[in-house]
Design a binder for this molecule. Sequence first.
Ligand code: NAP
Length: 290
Amino acid sequence: MRNIDGKAVAAKVLDSVAQEVSALKEQGVTPGLAVVIVGDDPASKVYVGSKVKKCEELGIYSRKIALPAETSEAELRTLISDLNNDDAISGILVQSPLPGDLRKIEDDIVEGIDPAKDVDGFHPINVAKLVMGDDTGFVPCTPAGCIELLKSEGVELSGKRAVVVGRSMIVGKPLAALLLNESCTVTIAHSRTTDINAVCSEADILLVGVGVPELIKKDAVKRGAYVIDVGINRVDDPSKKKGYRLTGDVDYKDVFENCEAITPVPGGVGPMTIALLMQNTVKAAKLQNA
Ligand SMILES: NC(=O)c1ccc[n+]([C@@H]2O[C@H](COP(=O)([O-])OP(=O)(O)OC[C@H]3O[C@@H](n4cnc5c(N)ncnc54)[C@H](OP(=O)(O)O)[C@@H]3O)[C@@H](O)[C@H]2O)c1
């Protein structure tokens, strides 16, 4: 019955990242992040803008490369290859989704990034390292942020029953792998799961990333569970100036009384994602200069 304050936890992560950046700079190393955006997707522009701004605040060098939607596969591959060979760049991120036909080859484009610079943690080498429990790789930022939030609450993960709802490569699957590495007993639910409420209500820790506004109600939550809501959904709301409000995949009001602690949307997992991206960028700079 309490809120997990993602902004406060993210601020602590960012403080320690800032200290690491200063220490690296004293050794003559400046971490650098290249953010590649193709096309004009408004949400992507906002995400890229906040990543660049956060780099500036922390003293991380950033390079935003904005390309037109008509960019060819060959041009994009050449750019990635140049960034792989650029010593000023420790981390490379290609903002998803790519437009048009490029979307179909998004995985191939990511595979072109040097795994040592793949700060999003989406390259197959980094996916394998995560599954193997090898911490020299990069873990996707949102799932890593979820684990940090649970640890900040002092949750002893070992032996807990964790249910992850959603099985995407950016949220559900890496999250399940991280929880397994923490010795949780992990169940993954998805759109084909039968009786999802029964599955979820076994969870000591329930983590939801599905993209369906307020899918999870109190019937699905065991009393005293920890609930991490990864969802960010826009729902129409004429009472708001923008005409919409943001909501999670969990019905926060319905669930609040039942659970031990829950992340709000916004202000829960969201701020952690960018903090962990900064942490990954510094980790990349350190590994490349070890
Ligand atoms: N906080 C952040 O920084 C952050 C970062 C990334 C994503 N997100 C949010 O997280 C949510 C999920 O994103 P994503 O990229 O993982 O989405 P995604 O690729 O669309 O995957 C959604 C997953 O949810 C499952 N699912 C869909 N409807 C379901 C239902 N009714 N019951 C059970 N499972 C269902 C799907 O199952 P199937 O596999 O069976 O189709 C799929 O595995 C979105 O709201 C997104 O905005 C937030």
